[in-house]
Design a protein around this ligand. Structure first.
Ligand SMILES: Cc1cc2nc3c(=O)[nH]c(=O)nc-3n(C[C@H](O)[C@H](O)[C@H](O)COP(=O)(O)OP(=O)(O)OC[C@H]3O[C@@H](n4cnc5c(N)ncnc54)[C@H](O)[C@@H]3O)c2cc1C
Length: 466
C-alpha cells in the first residue's frame, strides 16, 4: 500500500498563496461533503485532509507541482455524480474541485464547435448549442449536474449513444494539466489527423489518473428538427430484446433504445406518482427515439418502428409522452423505494449479445436473496444492474454481491464484453479490473501511468493498482 505525506500547515499556506485563502478548505464540516460522491455505503467513504477550488489551469499547475514536491495525493472532483467511487479520495490528501472553471469560452457556428472550461455543466453546453440551432450530442442522464471535463474523464455515455456515440466521439481537443504540472493542449479542430499519438483520446476515459482536464473543445452537429418517441410494451423480456436487431437491420438509426424491466416500471411509476401507467403489473418498457431532418422520413420511420414492435410481440405500442422520460430519468432515485442500500453496476457486451446477457443475469440473480433490477441502453450493448439490499446482514450482502459480480463478469468476458460501458472503474471495480483485464492490456496501462505520473499523485486507488 502506497503511503503519502500528510498535508501540513506549511502546505496549506502554500495552497492559499496560489488560490487565495478563501479557496482552500480544511474545516471538517466542509470537507465532509467530499468524503463521497454518489456512493451511499459509508464504509466506502474517505475524508480528505483539505480541498482546494482553483480558478484556472495555471493555479492547478502550481498545485500539482506542490503535490509532487511534498508528495501528497490529489483527487479531482467535478460534480461528484460518479457511480464508480471515482471522486472519493481513497488515500485522503487533497480534493481539487473544478467548479470555478465554469465559463463557456466560444461557440463557433461556422466551425460547429464549442470551447468551454472543464467545470461547465453538461446541460449548459447542451442549452448553448441549442440556442444556436445546433446540438451537443453527449447526453448522460446526469447532465443537469455533471460537468463536461468529468464527462471526458469518464468517457460518459448516455441516452443518445446509439446514434451519436459516447463523449470521446464528440471531442476535438482538450487542455490538461499533466501529473507533473505541465499545461498541455492535445488535439485540434480537425476532421482527420495522423500526426503522432492520439493523446486526447488517451486522456478521455482515464478517470483523472493521467491528467486534470481544464478546457475542452467539443463538436456540434445540426439539430434534427423532427423526432418521435415510441413506447413499446412487452411482457416477455426475450421478445423486447430480440426486437433490437430488427430495428437496426431496417435502417432506422435510432437515437435511443432504452429498456426498463418490470421492477423499474413499477418503482419509477411509484416514485413519480404515475399510478395509471399502462401494464404497470407486467410490462417491460422499451423507449425508442428517432430523429430526422425531413417530416416524410419521420412518418415512414415511425410506421416501420411500430410494425417491428408489433411483429416482435409488443402488447402495446404508444407514442411516448414526457412521463416516460421522467420515469427513465428517475431510475436511480426510484431504487430508494426498495432499499437505502443499493449498488449500481455497469457492464457492456457486444450489441448482438445483449439479449442472452440479460437473460443470463436474470438467471444468475435467481440464486441470490437481493433484488436484481436491470435497465439497459439496449441499442449499444450497455446494461445497468442494480442490486438492492433487502433483509440481509452487511456480511451476507458483501459476500453475495461479490459472488454475483464474479459470475456476471465471467459471463460478460466470455461473450467479449468489458467491466464498464460508461460509468468507469473508479475505486469500486479496481479489484475486478486487476482480475479480469487481460494481463498484456493491463501492463500497458500501468506502464503509461508510471511514465506520466512517476510519483502516483493523481487519483491513486482508482482504475488499477498503480
Ligand atoms: C442520476 C445519475 C445518472 C447518471 N447517468 C449517466 C449516464 O447516462 N451516462 C454516464 O456515462 N454516466 C452517468 N452517470 C455517472 C456520472 O454522472 C458520470 O460519470 C459523469 O461523467 C461524472 O461527472 P461529475 O461531474 O459528477 O464527475 P465526478 O463524479 O466529480 O468525477 C468523476 C471522475 O472523473 C474524474 N474527474 C472529474 N473531473 C475531472 C477533470 N476535470 N479532469 C480529470 N478528471 C476528472 C474524477 O476524479 C472521478 O474519477 C450518472 C450518475 C447519476 C448520479
Amino acid at each position: 500500500m502506497q503511503t503519502y505525506n500528510p498535508i501540513t500547515q506549511e502546505i496549506v499556506d502554500k495552497l492559499k498563496a496560489i488560490t487565495g485563502p478563501s479557496y482552500v478548505k480544511t474545516d471538517k464540516d466542509i470537507l465532509v461533503q467530499y468524503q463521497t460522491d454518489y456512493e451511499n455505503d459509508p464504509q466506502k467513504f474517505h475524508m480528505p485532509e483539505a480541498a482546494v477550488l482553483p480558478a484556472n489551469a495555471e493555479e492547478i499547475s502550481q498545485i500539482v507541482k506542490l503535490a509532487n514536491e511534498y508528495h501528497f495525493p490529489i483527487t479531482v472532483r467535478s460534480a461528484g455524480t460518479s457511480l464508480a467511487d471515482g471522486a472519493i479520495p481513497v488515500y485522503g490528501g487533497l480534493v481539487l474541485c473544478m467548479e470555478r472553471l465554469n465559463k463557456i469560452i466560444e461557440l463557433n457556428e461556422e466551425g460547429m464547435y464549442l470551447t468551454a472550461e472543464a467545470g461547465v455543466r453538461t446541460l449548459d453546453i447542451q442549452k448553448e448549442a441549442k440556442a444556436h440551432g445546433l446540438m451537443y450530442a453527449g447526453d448522460p442522464s446526469s447532465a443537469e449536474s455533471c460537468m463536461i471535463g468529468a464527462n471526458l474523464a469518464t468517457n460518459a455515455g448516455g441516452l443518445r449513444a446509439v446514434r451519436y456515440g459516447v463523449t470521446r466521439n464528440q471531442v476535438y481537443s482538450l487542455e490538461m494539466v499533466t501529473p507533473t504540472g505541465e499545461i498541455v493542449e492535445c488535439g485540434g479542430i480537425l476532421k482527420k489527423c495522423s500526426t503522432g499519438y492520439d493523446l486526447e483520446q488517451l486522456i478521455i476515459g482515464s478517470e483523472g489518473t493521467l491528467g486534470i482536464i481544464t478546457k475542452v473543445t467539443v463538436r456540434l452537429i445540426p439539430l434534427p428538427p423532427y423526432h418521435f418517441d415510441v413506447l413499446a410494451i412487452y411482457t416477455d423480456p426475450r421478445q423486447a430484446l430480440y426486437m433490437v436487431p430488427q430495428l437496426m437491420k431496417a435502417g432506422i438509426d435510432p437515437t435511443s433504445v432504452e429498456y426498463m424491466d418490470n421492477s423499474y416500471v413499477r418503482d419509477t411509476a411509484d416514485y413519480c406518482h404515475y399510478s395509471d401507467m399502462p401494464h404497470y403489473e407486467d410490462g417491460i418498457y422499451v423507449i425508442i427515439t428517432v430523429e430526422t431532418f425531413r417530416e416524410d422520413e419521420l412518418d415512414t420511420k415511425m410506421e416501420t418502428v411500430c410494425n417491428i414492435c408489433e411483429e416482435t410481440g409488443a402488447v402495446e405500442v404508444l407514442e411516448a409522452d414526457d412521463r416516460i422520460w421522467n420515469m427513465r430519468r428517475n431510475i436511480q432515485n426510484s431504487c430508494e423505494l426498495v432499499s437505502k442500500v443499493f449498488l449500481t453496476d455497469d457492464v457492456v457486451v457486444p450489441v448482438h449479445k445483449i439479449a442472452p446477457t440479460i437473460e443470463k443475469i436474470m438467471e444468475i440473480g435467481e440464486d441470490y436473496p437481493f433484488q436484481v433490477k436491470i435497465n439497459a441502453h439496449i441499442g449499444d450493448g450497455n446494461l445497468h444492474i442494480v442490486l438492492c439490499k433487502v433483509n440481509m446482514t452487511d456480511e451476507e450482502w458483501a459476500a453475495s454481491v461479490d459472488k454475483f459480480h464474479h459470475q456476471v463478469y465471467e459471463y460478460a468476458y466470455s461473450v467479449g464484453g468489458r467491466l464498464a460501458g460508461e460509468h468507469g472503474i473508479g475505486a469500486k471495480k479496481l479489484q475486478y479490473m486487476e482480475e479480469f483485464t487481460p494481463s498484456g492490456e493491463l501492463q500497458v496501462m500501468k506502464t503509461i501511468k508510471r511514465a506520466m505520473d512517476p510519483n502516483n499523485i493523481l487519483n491513486p486507488g482508482k482504475l488499477f493498482n498503480a
